[in-house]
Design a protein around this ligand. Structure first.
Ligand code: ADP
Ligand code: MG
Length: 354
């Protein structure tokens, strides 16, 4: 009784957050306020002192430009935590920036954190522990495709089938959702990062040009496409000629970039096709009618929706603001916890370790 009462008082003065801890980007939504943080999941560390130099946007600018003793790392790989301590520091930094403490003993926030579908118990525990030691009071987990579907305003608790594809940095998650649960899902370790690598490799093989990750990404975003465009697009590509060792600038077109990414894009499309084939017929009927929805930054690749529509014969659309869909969905769960509690992966409370 007393504990329940204390908990209620605490939650009325604490703050609630929804967090998308992505391989590429992290977002924080504060209950009642909306998204307050949207930054790259990058941390720059001085290896001589072990000190964190920068987190987020600042750290991303350092990627590929650091002296030997500074490393700009991404603590999440393929959607799961690969460096626990760095993840914890990054989370703490984002949480502290998101909440404005009104008084010193204010309890930490309750948070909902997204996890990829089908991660192991150990991986789930790592996410929860990182959030707890970053100062949260209670941690709830939500499967990312579920959160993205809620963010897209699907009626996930009803019996109709919803088909959502979340293309992030490290993974592409394909999920069929119905009655408040993930009916079927697949995860493919090919997504935005792989497309950047493809462009790096292509520039090396075709033009003997060495380029960095950031350059590859900006070319992908600038002129990349999954299906031929109506108008030709071109962009300068700067790097170092591998034969002369000197800087060089060439002009590259959308056709080049499409060719570079072709294999990976095909693998993503195949994953979607396989999922369509394995979807139970009743749900498939709903999906043919409602369509396939794309979320995550990778959804923004030009004409990817066109290609998927052609290949699956199912109308494909991009959810509104695909980069924020997951955190907006988790935010909606926070705002309507009573009705949507069932979509969370775990609901029992855990005391923060002290
Ligand atoms: P994660 O959830 O893994 O953090 P995001 O959903 O934030 O990933 O998506 C990040 C990925 O989306 C990156 O690989 C980025 O290059 C890619 N991306 C962002 N904008 C675009 C765009 N306009 N075209 C193609 N890819 C994009
Ligand atoms: Mg994501």
């Amino acid at each position: 009784m007393l504990i329940k009462f204390i908990n209620r008082v605490l939650s009325s003065i604490g703050q609630d957050l929804a967090i998308d801890l992505g391989t590429a980007n992290s977002l924080v939504y504060v209950k009642g306020r909306g998204i307050v943080i949207q930054e790259p999941s990058v941390v720059a560390i001085n290896q001589k002192t072990g000190k964190v130099l920068a987190i987020g946007q600042e750290a991303k600018k350092m990627v590929g430009r650091t002296p030997a003793h500074i490393v700009a790392t991404r603590p999440l790989v393929k959607g799961v935590i690969s460096d626990f301590e760095v993840t914890e520091q990054m989370l703490k930094y984002f949480i502290d920036r998101a909440i404005k403490r009104k008084f010193i003993l204010q309890p930490g926030p309750r948070v909902i954190v997204g996890i990829p579908f089908g991660v192991t118990e150990v991986e789930k525990k790592a996410v929860r522990d990182a959030a707890l030691s970053a100062g949260s009071r209670e941690v709830y987990l939500i499967e990312e495709p579920m959160a993205a579907a809620i963010g897209a305003r699907f009626a996930v608790q009803e019996p109709g089938g919803n088909f959502i594809v979340d293309i992030g940095g490290g993974t592409t998650e394909v999920a069929v959702i119905s009655l408040g649960g993930v009916v079927y899902a697949k995860s493919l370790r090919i997504a935005g990062d792989k497309l950047n690598e493809d462009i790096i490799n292509y520039a090396q093989e075709e033009y003997k040009l060495l380029i960095g990750e950031r350059t590859a990404e900006s070319v992908k975003i600038g002129i990349g496409s999954a299906y031929p465009l109506k108008e030709r697009k071109e962009m300068p590509l700067r790097g170092r000629n591998m034969l002369t060792g000197l800087p060089e600038e060439i002009s590259i077109s959308d056709t080049d970039i499409r060719k570079a990414m072709e294999r990976s894009v095909r693998q993503i499309v195949n994953e979607i096709k396989v999922t369509v084939e394995e979807t139970p017929p009743e749900l498939l009927a709903d999906i043919m009618h409602r369509g396939i929805y794309l979320a995550g930054g990778g959804a923004l690749l030009r004409e990817l929706d066109t290609l998927i529509t052609k290949e699956t014969k199912i109308p494909t659309r991009i959810v509104e603001d695909p980069l924020t869909a997951m955190v907006r969905g988790a935010g909606l769960v926070l705002e309507n916890l009573d009705e949507l509690r069932d979509v969370l992966v775990e609901t029992e409370n855990l005391e923060p370790p002290r």
